[in-house]
Write a protein that binds this ligand. Structure first.
Ligand code: PMT
Length: 210
């Protein structure tokens, strides 16, 4: 099957030397891309900036901002059978990019932010994607309710929910513990390495698609 995976953080520039970003290392998405490729699928990994090597056998498209990721996903998703959104996309970006390095002036400064495109949220509608759609939910409270809400609002077949307030899992860790949220049931997966979890997730996502 043809699989699209998004991974990593996005970087939203403030001026030529500063940006807004988050703690995503890309490990979860890269392990998923590697596990899909290992299972014999054709994988396109669209990733924000990370320090990771591109897994063997995976096509790779680097992007920087949420806007770039949105453009890349919109361009490629039409030929995919499965799309898995593991990236931690910035929800807001600076309204304006300062052309020069911003100088220190007053004691405080205000940065005006604007919403970025909701890439997962536009997969079904604007992008017309009809394949298997898998989102992640990174939550610090009400994990199940928030993940179910994302599943319904974004038209996902599966949401992989992680409680990112728990130490040792989630952002920038080698381990994760997730709850699979389907339309009619939920299923917890035990704490384990992102490597092992990715292989389990590939099996579960592939079953959904058959
Ligand atoms: O990268 P690691 O260090 O390995 O960490 C893994 C992870 C914690 C980043 C990963 O497991 C994870 O939870 N990824 C989703 C992070 C996130 O931003 O979750 P969210 O609940 O804010 O977003 C929900 C979904 O919408 C996600 O599938 C996200 O990719 C997608 N999204 C969000 C905002 C946006 N503008 N466009 C999107 O497509």
């Amino acid at each position: 099957m043809k699989i699209l995976v998004t991974a990593g953080p996005t970087r939203e520039p403030i001026d030529p030397v500063r940006f807004l970003t988050n703690r995503s290392s890309g490990k979860m998405g890269y392990e998923l891309a590697a596990a899909f490729a290992h299972a014999g699928h054709s994988v396109l990994l669209i990733s924000g900036p990370t320090a990771l090597d591109v897994p063997d056998g995976v096509d790779y498209m680097p992007v920087e901002t949420a806007e770039d990721m949105h453009r890349a996903v919109s361009h490629h998703i039409g030929r995919m059978e499965v799309a898995v959104f593991a990236a931690a996309v910035a929800d807001y970006a600076p309204k304006e990019l300062a052309p020069e390095k911003i100088k220190k002036t007053g004691e405080t400064m205000t940065l005006e932010l604007v919403r970025t495109p909701d890439i997962l949220g536009s997969a079904r509608g604007a992008m017309g994607f009809e394949g298997t759609l898998v989102g992640f939910a990174a939550e610090t409270q009400n994990l199940v309710e928030n993940a179910k809400d994302k599943l319904e609002r974004k038209g996902c077949d599966l949401v992989i929910a992680n409680d990112v307030s728990k130490p040792g899992i989630g952002f920038d860790s080698d381990h994760n513990e997730v709850l699979l949220v389907f339309a009619d049931h939920t299923e917890p997966l035990p704490l384990g390495s992102k490597h092992d979890l990715a292989h389990t997730l590939v099996r579960r996502i592939t079953e959904l698609t058959c």
